[in-house]
Design a protein around this ligand. Structure first.
Ligand SMILES: Nc1ncnc2c1ncn2[C@@H]1O[C@H](COP(=O)(O)OP(=O)(O)OP(=O)(O)O)[C@@H](O)[C@H]1O
Ligand SMILES: [Mg+2]
Length: 312
């Protein structure tokens, strides 16, 4: 796996034996994971599986109890700013934007690791600083264009709808010009259209030459998007493979749904039970109609209609 012979494929991220313990709790247990150039890799698993903790180990927020993380062949120090400098950017499960800054300013914050101008230059606002500032501004606008938020550049980020805040976080992460982008639940709180658009956005990011590692609970999103998917369960990597392989793995289904019990009802049985319940309800509503007649079924049809309701 790590000894790829193709000349164009290089390992961007290599995590080996990463373990994270909090007191008696092992949140991540000896996880190996590789991300190569040009890849979109998914990280899935039930709530509390250790996905975010693993991201925190990759990005220097946590110092792993054991194991090491390398980026393009160099072992990363466990310091967030050094990890960003090296070329890894991330978004957070709980959006972290500067609420009272504009959309543009939030992206400019993300650029600061890539601007060479130092503190004195910034304070004195010399020509070097002005040039750098103009270049930063242009790049930030380009990124806003890319994610489709250029028209809101001067809005306060707290006034953006949730889906747009998630996109803005991505733009801010991209502003550090990463080689690897880590996304922690990028579509949480998005509606289906926004989720589809986010899918296109991730493909576009990959096409720019940035490798992507993404955590998500939306399986359709993950399986559409990812070249490879790793499944974490109780801190351990249970399965890793292509979308097809992971989707078909019984252990993955069991990890999410619990092991199905003997003779668990299938869809047909569920529909039958629902129909019988509806009929009984309708019969109760019309006590003098003893036969399961037409009125009963009509009533049940209308009373149980929920198709116009929200599906989320
Ligand atoms: N700083 C911490 N101190 C103690 N325990 C922690 C800490 N961070 C996470 N944990 C625990 O580690 C486990 C894994 O949590 P984590 O947030 O990584 O899960 P997750 O897979 O991201 O879940 P979700 O899908 O709900 O976001 C949980 O039991 C959590 O309570
Ligand atoms: Mg999480």
């Amino acid at each position: 796996m790590t000894t790829m012979t193709t000349t164009t494929t290089t390992t961007v991220l290599e995590a080996s034996g990463v373990t994270m313990r909090f007191g008696g709790l092992t949140a991540v247990r000896s996880v190996d994971l590789t991300v190569n150039t040009g890849e979109i890799v998914g990280l899935i698993g039930p709530n509390g599986a250790g996905k975010t903790t693993f991201f925190n180990c990759l990005t220097g927020l946590y110092v792993p109890t054991e194991g090491k993380v390398s980026y393009k062949g160099t072992v990363l120090p466990a310091k967030p700013h050094l990890v960003t400098d090296a070329g890894i950017a991330r978004t957070f499960q709980n959006i972290r934007l500067f609420a009272n800054m504009t959309v543009l300013e939030n992206v400019l914050v993300g650029r600061h690791t890539r601007t060479k101008e130092g503190l004195w230059s910034a304070l004195l606002r010399g020509p070097g600083f002005k040039r750098a500032e103009a270049a930063s501004h242009a790049r930030a606008m380009e990124l806003l264009e890319f994610i489709g938020l250029a028209h809101k550049a001067d809005h306060l980020s707290r006034n953006l709808p949730y889906g747009e805040q998630r996109k803005l976080e991505i733009a801010r992460a991209l502003a550090s010009e990463p080689g690897l982008l880590l996304l922690d639940e990028p579509t949480a709180g998005m509606n289906p259209q926004e989720t589809r658009a986010a899918e296109e956005l991730v493909f576009a990011i990959r096409d720019q030459g940035i490798a992507v590692l993404v955590i998500e609970h939306d399986m359709r999103f993950i399986f559409n998007l990812c070249d490879r998917v790793a499944v974490l369960v109780q801190g351990e990597k249970l399965v890793e493979g292509s979308s097809e392989v992971v989707q078909a793995d019984e252990r993955v289904v069991a990890a999410y749904l619990g092991t199905p019990f003997e003779g668990a009802p299938g869809a047909a049985e569920v529909a039958e039970v629902e129909a019988a319940e509806a009929e009984a309800e309708a019969a109760a509503a019309t006590p003098d109609d003893t036969a399961p007649g037409t009125t009963g079924t009509d009533n049940s049809g209308t009373s149980t209609t929920g198709s116009e309701g929200k599906s989320l």
